[in-house]
Write a protein that binds this ligand. Sequence first.
Ligand code: FAQ
Length: 329
Amino acid sequence: MYTQGLDQKTKTSDKPGPLEGPEQLAEFQARVDAEEKIEAKDWMPEAYRRTLVRQISQHAHSEIIGMQPEGNWLTRAPSLKRKAILLAKVQDEAGHGLYLYSAGETLGVSRDQMVADLLAGRAKYSSIFNYPTLTWADIGAIGWLVDGAAIMNQIPLCRCSYGPYARAMVRICKEESFHQRQGFEIMLELSKGTDAQKEMAQDAFNRWWWPSLMMFGPGDKDSKHSAQSMAWKIKRFSNDELRQKFVDVTVPQAQFLGLRVPDDDLHYNDETGHYDFGEIDWQEFLDVLAGNGPCNRQRMAQRTRAHEDGQWVRDAARAYAARQRAKAA
Ligand code: FAQ
């Protein structure tokens, strides 16, 4: 039902816009190559602007939808301390969504439009948030693996060529690193606990490992945007490069926790100095993107309901702003 695609407004096209001559494009590329930041008021190719709108809005939607799997455990956190930490983390995700919508708005698209695209199924959000959180250990696994993967992908975005996105990412990454540590700490406590707790940690790891690897997107040969996004220095590393870095960092952490990576093909390759890992189930990834993951419908229904429930707040804010404007006039 919620097939994730893009409408004409935000669709990425690599074709030059009507006023874009080769000289103008070359000048723009030279600025990017010289590591100058591109700012909102600067001239930019239309395809660059659209690529950023697509990526930034999808990123914002991910942060907002990403509150749901963890929000599910706020009322069931095992202690007051855990509840306070989780509440802070979920609120941080809302904040990230808002910085990112603001960064998107600098490109001339309104937050209302971006949200409308999400609710109409025209914009994507990260595949990872379509999986359920079945036990408390899932909250540990999300912090450790999902935020861990997010940091690996987002640290390079702090050097993105588009200034407003890069600056938003600096603050987001600082908060994500606290999120990753709180998740690892939950896993550490469970893995030192009773047999039932260890089992719960391993079960959560088994379910979240492969979807976390999918977060980095399709393999390089199937990634349609990577080459252009890297030339524009929006992306600094390819999807496969970042996925490999994540595996290399995370496998020793799993060993430290005494957890088994759920991949029979995983082994350290002495020649390359990296971990080789098994084939990702790309059909599962495509199914989730097509709207058929375990929780796609539930996530979108909840987001739509929350948006509708918030209508009176938006109406009230608009009415107040109109009154203030009338008074000032
Ligand atoms: N899920 O050509 P590429 C977080 C789509 S935030 C869904 O490789 P690109 C924090 C892609 O959009 C997580 N769709 O595309 C948190 C494109 O489709 P389109 C979000 C995916 O853009 C933690 C098509 O496949 N992070 O976790 C996915 O060059 C805990 C072809 O792919 C970001 O958004 C996917 N996993 O590279 C919050 C980071 N992967 O648009 C709460 C910023 C790919 O043509 C709790 N984004 N697709 O229809 C990026 O770095 C990039 O957009 C990539 C994809 C790397 C995700």
